[in-house]
Design a protein. Structure first.
Ligand code: ADP
Ligand code: X2W
Length: 295
């Protein structure tokens, strides 16, 4: 009996958070690096189903960088990243489109629905308008061509809003299309931030393969619990942030500056980390805030 009452206590503890976030739109960026363990992927999608079931309106924007790299290697196509962005040649963009849509998106939607969710896969191609971009070195500002990589010029929120209004959870691929019809590869972190901005999401959470932003990448215990946006340039210059963390943090700053209240970076390799972040006060991972926001 004691054990059963304990379970009910857990539900009651979540009550203020359920009341706070009910009807709120929450963007969950599910990184490819947190998708290595199939059991965890299913558990994460089940957590999203729980959010949906209690009246929070989640939008999943997923990555799939590791799955894309694996497919490129299988086809003997070199894998190259420049400041966190994949060099994307003509062959690569086709593989990116195929892997994101047919492998990653399809699997996430299926897992969500098998667990009682109402998920719908949406290609970013109907949502993200893009123009070809270059990679910019965060320290030297040197620009480098990275092929068919897009910068988001506009977000068509209609397909996402239609899905939400129909009670569905959109699961979105990070792809965009130019006015000429060219498909562009878009970093999923940037896609998640731009969608969160355009849709005025209440919360934006990144699930990745690190416990948070680390002061020392070699030391998993060095998580920085809170980072103010005005501290980020210093972290970049001191090379505390590198690789995949660069587009993530850069786009978080833009999202915060355009009205998103808080961004959270949490460890997608830990079971139920998303629920812990939303329904407890324990503060897992790193939160990124504007200097003026109350902590
Ligand atoms: N200071 C830092 N703290 C944590 N991770 C960092 C840091 N700097 C660079 N990284 C790298 O960023 C990676 C996460 O970004 P990325 O590989 O793009 O993951 P995702 O698939 O979740 O987008 C980590 O695995 C780590 O290698
Ligand atoms: C331009 C660019 O780098 N696009 C990414 C898109 C997928 C992605 O961002 O996946 P993660 O979130 O798993 O890193 C790529 O090709 O890997």
């Amino acid at each position: 009996m004691k054990e059963l009452i304990g379970k009910a206590d857990v539900l009651i503890e979540a009550l203020p958070y359920i009341q706070k976030f009910r009807n709120s739109i929450m963007v969950v960026k599910f990184g490819g690096s947190a998708m290595e363990d199939p059991g965890l992927v299913e558990s994460t999608m089940r957590d999203v189903v729980l959010l949906e079931a209690i009246g929070i309106r989640p939008i999943v924007v997923h990555g799939g960088g590791k799955a894309i790299s694996a497919e490129l290697r299988k086809q003997d196509i070199p894998v190259r990243f420049v400041n966190g962005l994949r060099y994307t040649c003509e062959k690569t963009i086709k593989i990116v489109d195929d892997v994101l849509h047919n492998q990653v998106n399809a699997a996430l939607v299926r897992l969500g629905n098998e667990n009682g969710g109402k998920m719908i896969g949406l290609s970013g191609k109907g949502i993200l308008h893009a123009v070809r971009t270059k990679s910019v070195d965060p320290v030297t500002c040197e620009r480098q061509d990275v092929g068919f990589v897009g910068e988001i010029s506009a977000v068509n929120v209609a397909p996402i809003m239609e899905a939400l209004e129909a009670g569905l959870t959109p699961v979105v691929t990070p792809l965009g299309v130019g006015i000429d019809g060219q498909v562009y590869n878009i970093n999923a972190d940037i896609a998640a931030c731009k969608i969160a901005e355009a849709i005025h999401a209440r919360k934006l959470v990144f699930l990745s393969d690190v416990p948070g932003v680390l002061a020392d990448c070699e030391n998993p215990d060095s998580v920085i619990p809170t980072i103010r946006t005005d501290e980020i340039d210093g972290l970049v210059l001191r090379k505390v942030l590198s690789g995949g963390m660069l587009p993530k943090i850069k786009s978080c700053v833009e999202a915060l500056n355009s009205g998103i209240n808080k961004v959270h970076l949490i460890d997608g390799r830990i079971n139920h980390t998303l629920l812990l972040e939303i329904f407890t006060d324990h503060g897992v991972g790193t939160q990124i805030v504007r200097p003026d926001s109350v902590m």
